[in-house]
Ligand binder design. Structure first.
Ligand code: DC
Length: 209
């Protein structure tokens, strides 16, 4: 079973992904963290060809075998990852890694291009939408930031970059279920998607080959 979750920055992909992965006992793959880890490597002065990204069985992201999962969510890496994600050679490497991880495994994978590029045959494709203002509020409260205006500006900058890059821009797959979450609690969202996944599970024949 492959579940693809896509959507813009701070749309709730990881919260939904975590809940689904724990409910079904699937591996959660947070692909944004892989782009963040590449940006961290560049920040540390490493050339691209000396940056090796991997993921262990617990879903932790490694940069040259060093577990960096807990230091990837900073405003600097928000922008750095979105910039590095425009580079074709980076996307090619990470898409291949993500496809290898999903082969023969049940996964919940979240990102920007999962339903369109990484797992085009995913069994369930969810695309989360939420207004930039609502996403800025959520992000500011997660990170205990008081400057809502700055957070909103950063989110809009990242949205624009993610939506206008030439390779794999942020777009819902034509067969994705689009869910607007502005007026929805996480619990409501999770039960809606669990129902979709269960319906798919009962029809059999899933994509994790
Ligand atoms: O989901 P996130 O905020 O952790 O992602 C960080 C950046 O990585 C995001 O701005 C764009 C890029 N990204 C991408 O291009 N493709 C993905 N599948 C995941 C993330």
């Amino acid at each position: 079973m492959h579940i693809a979750i896509d959507g813009p920055a701070a749309s709730g992909k990881t919260s939904l992904g975590r809940a689904l992965a724990s409910h079904f006992g699937f591996l959660l793959v947070e692909t944004g963290k892989m782009y963040r880890a590449v940006a961290l490597g560049l920040d540390r002065g490493l050339p691209l060809d000396k940056i090796h990204i991997s993921m262990n069985d617990a879903g932790r992201i490694l940069l040259n075998n060093d577990d960096v999962s807990d230091i990837l969510h900073t405003p600097r890496l928000d922008q750095g990852s979105s910039r590095v994600a425009t580079r074709p050679e980076v996307r090619q490497l990470l898409v291949r890694l993500q496809q290898e991880i999903a082969t023969g495994r049940d996964v919940v994978m979240e990102g920007r291009d999962i339903g369109t590029v990484v797992l085009p045959h995913a069994d369930v494709k969810i695309f989360l939408q939420a207004s930039a203002e609502e996403r800025a509020r959520r992000r500011a409260s997660q990170r205990h930031q008081s400057q809502l205006d700055d957070t909103l500006r950063e989110i809009i900058t990242r949205d624009t970059r993610d939506q206008t890059r030439t390779i794999a821009p942020l777009n819902p797959a034509s067969d994705a279920t689009i869910i607007h979450t502005d007026n929805k609690s996480l619990a409501e969202l999770v039960s809606e998607v669990i129902a979709l996944v269960e319906e798919r599970l009962h029809t059999g024949d899933t994509a994790a080959k």
